[in-house]
Design a protein around this ligand. Structure first.
Ligand SMILES: [Zn+2]
Length: 726
């Protein structure tokens, strides 16, 4: 099996190269894409954008807007947004709130106190924030030590510390926190600079110092007060306004983070630097529209759930500060797409709580403290399902020492914006029924419900700019319900994979079909491989995690999906409770030259079963060797040519039961199943331990059309003590 697989891969590579040499210039969009890709790479090099490990947020956040930016430092607004004039800003400043005005106002603190009294989850969360704040009280202040070209890790630690201590000072009134804030703020103010060559570092640092100065500045000595204020002015706000930052009119996360930092600095020192503050606030309010426009029309975020958290989180901080300081966000929070984007974000997590982790998103569970603001902004606190889910699960796990395969409350509260969850999270109207949860004993997930804290719809379809369109369905907002996340778009989208038609599938608390996620950027680049080329022949596509061999998609004649083909979700149905949901994707554009047409229809049924049907139409003169791949972490047993049995790796919450699913092909032409490990013999490919690829192979004759159909059964639950139930 292994030999066949590597042979297949060698043939594939040959195919890639041949395909490329033959087709440069032939592919319709090749030229314009190469231009954008070149800009992206140039910018990544010029600004030291990271390509390592956890720092993937800011890589490739560059578009053609970059070229225009270099000529201007003054941002106008993006199309569709009204430009806010200096006169409007000046008028708003007439009502500038006295400090503290950044988030931690008296009203906000009173609201937190109410929440902590009413909801034990928030009491536990507050305790975790306090443990975190206390843990670093005696640590030495952060130092200006660069990692490569970046200071970002230091800026982030500074933000985590200063936001945490500042909040604890405001909440408890204990001056030990304010004293520690002063010490840290002075140390940072004395840095020679905050590393403006990689401006995210300045932005996060300015945000941190602004929060500190705003809430604790009155307790500083007058000398330190002046020192910190001048550092915010000189190293933060003025630095941002004077540089020709490409991010000023960029459409992704840098724009949001950098304008946020600038705005925070400006509002913090507005009493002493009124003119600078008003100018900076006007530029931030207008400049941030460039990224806010990217959520149009439906809130889908092209860069996936991981980037969503970083960019949207700082965008939220910016809007929330406008409201807390000026009681006026100039209508920005109601912008089309941005106002609804929480729907995209909440649906992009499966019922297991794991993200549908396309393109290059980290997998697993995430907790974005600022997402509660988006839900409030939409007027529906229940829509922040993932955050409620993470909080509930962490609370139960911590209080009752029950492992849910989730994280502790200390872990989720350790987010550097962790305070925001407490500011904006809802009181749970239906208290968790802890009496049902027997300490130490695994719990049937079906008993663990979310009551009123759930979105109303069972699905979301978002097209965004078309490069990463998604259809996201579930059978219920419950842990053991079924979930399907499927995508269309183009492989040459930022961070794109050859994953068109790819999907993830949850049921019974288990993720049965997975997306492998990103390769380790640093490891690939340190080998001298070009990870960021987005041409058909780019080395990127040698990687199993990026090409179609490492996705639950079709492969036709061993060929890669075409990078410039843009596939579309052409039809969808979002079912109500008890109804099926389905999406139809026209995949033809990524298989041009191999097939006349290719269509995938995925249907999620209310009983948790899933049907994936592919209609493949061959060209008149060419047969098609079809491979339909499914990536699963389950143990795979080939029962017969057309039936396989998947056994879940034992999930932590299903007690003594073993969970299985039967996968049957009902394809109308002869086909057979085989299984290989999700790895290659190439040393540049990461291992994917425990993941298997179930492959159905068949041949469609020239001129013919074949329909392939895979049916996943509902979860089959076998109690270890014997007996079977569903
Ligand atoms: Zn992928």
């Amino acid at each position: 099996m292994r030999a066949n697989e590597s042979e297949r891969r060698r043939a594939f590579q040959k195919n890639v190269n041949a395909d490329l040499n033959a087709s440069q210039g032939k592919r319709r969009n090749g030229k314009s894409w190469r231009r954008v890709a070149a800009l992206g790479v140039a910018a990544a090099v010029a600004w030291g954008a990271s390509t390592s490990g956890l720092e993937w947020n800011d890589v490739f956040s560059t578009t053609a807007a970059f070229a225009a930016d270099a000529k201007k430092t003054e941002p106008s607004t993006a199309k569709g947004f009204a430009e806010v004039s200096q006169a409007e800003i000046d008028a708003a400043f007439e009502k500038l709130r006295p400090a503290p005005r950044l988030l931690l106002t008296d009203e906000a603190l009173a609201d937190v106190k109410k929440k902590v009294d009413a909801d034990p989850r928030w009491k536990a969360y507050l305790d975790a924030l306090k443990r975190r704040a206390d843990k670093t009280l005696n640590a030495p202040p952060v130092e200006r030590k660069l990692e490569g070209k970046r200071l970002l890790g230091v800026s982030r630690e500074a933000l985590r510390r200063l936001f945490g201590w500042t909040f604890m000072y405001r909440y408890t009134g204990d001056v030990k926190y304010a004293a520690r804030v002063e010490k840290e703020a002075v140390a940072i103010a004395e840095f020679s600079d905050w590393n403006p060559s990689h401006f995210l570092d300045v932005a996060e640092m300015t945000t941190a110092l602004a929060l500190a100065y705003d809430s604790c500045g009155e307790t500083f000595s007058s000398e330190n007060r002046k020192k910190v204020r001048e550092a915010i002015r000189d190293k933060g706000v003025e630095e941002a306004l004077k540089i020709r930052g490409w991010w000023k009119r960029n459409n992704a996360n840098w724009n949001q983070v950098c304008w946020c930092g600038t705005l925070y600095g400006a509002l913090a020192i507005a009493d002493d630097e009124p003119e600078l503050a008003r100018d900076a606030v006007r530029q931030a309010v207008n400049g941030v529209t460039w990224s806010m426009a990217s959520y149009e029309p439906d809130g889908n975020y092209t860069e996936g759930p991981g980037y969503w958290g970083y960019g949207t989180g700082f965008n939220v901080l910016l809007l929330a500060a406008l409201n807390s300081a000026l009681n006026n966000d100039f209508g920005r929070s109601k912008a089309r797409g941005f106002a609804e984007t929480i729907r995209y974000y909440e649906h992009v997590f499966g019922t297991t709580g794991d993200a549908f982790n396309y393109p290059d998103s980290g997998g697993g569970k995430m907790f974005e403290p600022t997402a509660f603001w988006n839900a409030r902004n939409l007027g529906d606190v229940g829509v922040a399902w993932n955050e409620n889910f993470q909080l509930d699960a962490a609370y139960v796990a911590t209080k009752h020492k029950v492992k849910y395969g989730t994280r502790s409350i200390d872990t989720i509260a350790a987010h550097r914006l962790g305070v925001c969850a407490l500011l904006w999270g809802p009181i749970r109207e239906t208290p968790l029924d802890l009496a049902k949860i027997d300490a130490g004993k695994p719990v049937d997930p079906s008993e663990y419900e979310f009551g009123n804290v759930a979105p109303k719809e069972l699905g979301y379809v978002g097209v965004g700019d078309g490069r990463n369109a998604v259809a996201l369905f579930r059978t219920a907002w419950k842990r053991d319900a079924a979930y399907l996340g499927i995508k269309a778009g183009a492989p040459n989208a930022p961070h794109g994979h050859m994953d068109e038609g790819g999907f993830v599938y949850d049921d019974g608390g288990v993720r049965w079909i997975v997306e492998l996620g990103p390769e380790n950027y640093h490891r690939i680049e340190s080998r001298g491989m070009n990870l960021w080329g987005m041409n058909q022949s780019s080395e990127r596509w040698k990687l199993l995690r990026y090409n179609n061999f490492g996705h639950s998609v079709l492969t036709l004649n061993g060929a890669p999906q075409l990078v410039d083909g843009t596939t579309k979700i052409v039809e969808t149905k979002i079912g109500s409770s008890g109804e099926a949901s389905s999406a139809t994707i026209d995949l033809t554009p990524v298989y041009r030259g191999e097939a006349k047409s290719v269509k995938r229809v995925a249907t999620l049924n209310p009983d948790g079963s899933l049907i994936v049907e592919d209609v493949v139409e061959a060209l008149a003169d060419r047969e098609i060797k079809v491979e339909r791949r499914l990536l699963t972490p389950a143990a795979v047993e080939i029962v017969s040519e057309r039936v396989a049995k998947l056994t879940a790796p034992s999930p932590v919450h299903c007690g003594d039961a073993t969970l299985c699913k039967t996968v049957e092909t009902q394809s109308e032409i002869p086909s057979s199943f085989s299984v290989v490990a999700a790895e290659t013999e190439n040393d540049f490919d990461s291992k994917n331990p425990g993941v298997s690829i179930l492959i159905e192979t068949a041949t469609v004759e020239a001129g013919k059309t074949a329909t392939f159909r895979t049916v996943f059964s509902p979860v089959e639950r076998t109690e270890k003590s014997g007996g079977e139930k569903k």
